[in-house]
Design a protein around this ligand. Structure first.
Ligand SMILES: C[S@@+](CC[C@H](N)C(=O)[O-])C[C@H]1O[C@@H](n2cnc3c(N)ncnc32)[C@H](O)[C@@H]1O
Length: 437
């Protein structure tokens, strides 16, 4: 992983609503049926319509989610075309994604819940043929400490810790007080300070014919281009420090906090180790999870495959934006020093399921930066968003970036048609955008 910007593609406040097991919620909103309502919820144009959909629901289930033709018709057509043209001969995986996901009949449940938190249970399975309870080996990299929020070790990163503390002080914090009750409309509210910043950061994106990628709570996040895009594609969200408490349309974490998807970790290839998938359908543009870990600037050798770079010291546009903010002089000085460094989020010892996403040369997730409360590296967070419709059982993958390409491309086992290990020279530089057009 590591340097997303140079590649070709590119616990925070407790959850607003607490999920009880997999059956219901307690909290301010009534429960929500992912099976029937997600589709209409995502396509509802106004916040009032969405609230009405939420209000009418009394159930919350995943098990019945089936293949949704409406969302997936273009993708299915594309896959069928590939199969008809015989491309799948060389792909290990293409054909099986056309159908429903049925878990392997023989599998070993290694852990019922890696998070040890009843509100977000993620199981881990071994699906390796021939593996039995007697010869099962649990690798050390499965024994990381599960965290919902990024952490900073004050001994290793004293300056960054100071930045976090100073940024959260009343005089420096970026918060809005434009709206108060229920799910409110901060997005597109010209009086919302957080939305203004969110919009301002959009200007960092490349000027092209396409509209910029927008970050809000309810509309799908649709990427218009991916090349060298990571450093420019940033969001700013309302938080629990705002009067809306982040319970608004300007919060990219809104769906993530609801933990809608029952992800599972599995391994079926000893060389690739554990990977991640969802047994239910995921529509394109859905923010799925945060990628959490320890924020640091020196990632040691064995950890580079896990760590993801989150800030870049040469980010002049962001530095300019920081200078415009009404922060105290002391905080501005500190930011000036700290923003020259490259920070990473290293999930090797402390992390969440985000660290289990495998690499693919044709990935289905994009990782982007979203800030809350401030613009310091300590306030930057990484979220993973589906770039395309993802069918039940499909591995969730990201592009590990240039370092991976250089170091591991000869042993890449992603099996995608644009993999350098494949046999299709002409397909090597494809990403989901140039496939769809
Ligand atoms: C971020 S970790 C992913 C989780 C890891 N599989 C585990 O079990 O902890 C990166 C490691 O996963 C494996 N991996 C991920 N994607 C791969 C791919 N496309 N081909 C080969 N190995 C891959 C490599 O061993 C790589 O060093």
């Amino acid at each position: 992983m590591s340097q997303p910007g140079s590649s070709n593609h590119s616990g925070y406040m407790h959850t607003i609503i607490k999920q009880i097991g997999r059956k219901g919620f307690i909290g301010e909103l009534p429960p929500f049926c992912a099976t029937e309502d997600f589709d209409s919820y995502l396509s509802a144009k106004t916040i009032e319509k969405r609230q009405a959909i939420l209000k009418n629901q009394s159930r919350y289930e995943f098990s019945e989610i089936s293949q949704n033709e409406k969302f997936g018709i273009a993708h299915i057509k594309f896959l069928r075309k590939m199969v008809d043209e015989g491309y799948n001969k060389h792909f290990r995986c293409l054909e099986e994604y056309l159908g429903f996901y049925t878990p392997p009949q023989r599998r070993i449940l290694i852990s019922k819940n890696l998070t040890l938190n009843q509100y977000s249970p993620f199981p881990a399975y071994s699906d390796i043929e021939g593996e039995t309870l007697d010869n099962l080996r649990i690798p050390p990299h499965l024994t990381f400490i599960y965290i919902d929020r990024n952490i900073i070790n004050p001994d290793k990163e004293p300056l960054l810790t100071m930045t976090l503390d100073m940024g959260n002080k009343e005089e420096n914090i970026i918060r809005c007080d434009c709206c108060e009750k229920g799910v409110v409309n901060c997005y597109e509210n010209p009086n919302c300070r957080c939305y203004q910043l969110n919009k301002r950061i959009q200007e960092f994106q490349l000027k092209r014919d396409e509209p910029p990628t927008e970050f809000n709570s309810f509309s799908p996040i649709l990427f218009t281009h991916t090349n060298d895009y990571f450093w420019r594609c940033i969001g700013f969200s309302c938080s629990s420090s705002c009067s809306c408490k982040g319970h608004c349309s300007n919060n990219t974490f809104f769906m993530i906090d609801r933990k809608l998807f029952p992800f599972e970790m599995y391994r079926n290839d000893p060389l690739m180790g554990f990977l991640l998938r969802s047994p239910v359908f995921i529509p394109a543009g859905t923010p799925l999870m945060e990628f959490t870990g320890e924020v640091m600037d020196h990632v040691r050798k064995p950890n580079v495959d896990y760590a993801y770079q989150v800030t870049i010291g040469t980010d002049t546009k962001l530095k300019e934006l920081v200078k415009e903010q009404p922060f105290t002089e002391q905080y501005q000085d500190l930011l000036k020093r700290i923003m020259n460094r490259n920070f990473h989020i290293d999930p090797t010892y402390f992390g969440n399921i985000g660290r289990m996403a495998g690499h693919s040369c044709y990935p289905n997730l994009e990782v982007v930066r979203v800030y809350k409360r401030s613009l310091s590296p300590a306030h930057a967070r990484l979220i993973m968003i589906s770039m395309t419709d993802i069918y039940p059982g499909t591995p969730l993958t990201i592009d590990y970036g240039k370092i991976y390409e250089e170091r591991l491309s000869e042993i890449c086992r992603c099996g995608s048609f644009s993999c350098p290990q494949g046999h299709h020279e002409e397909l090597k530089n494809l990403n989901f955008l140039n496939v769809n057009t």
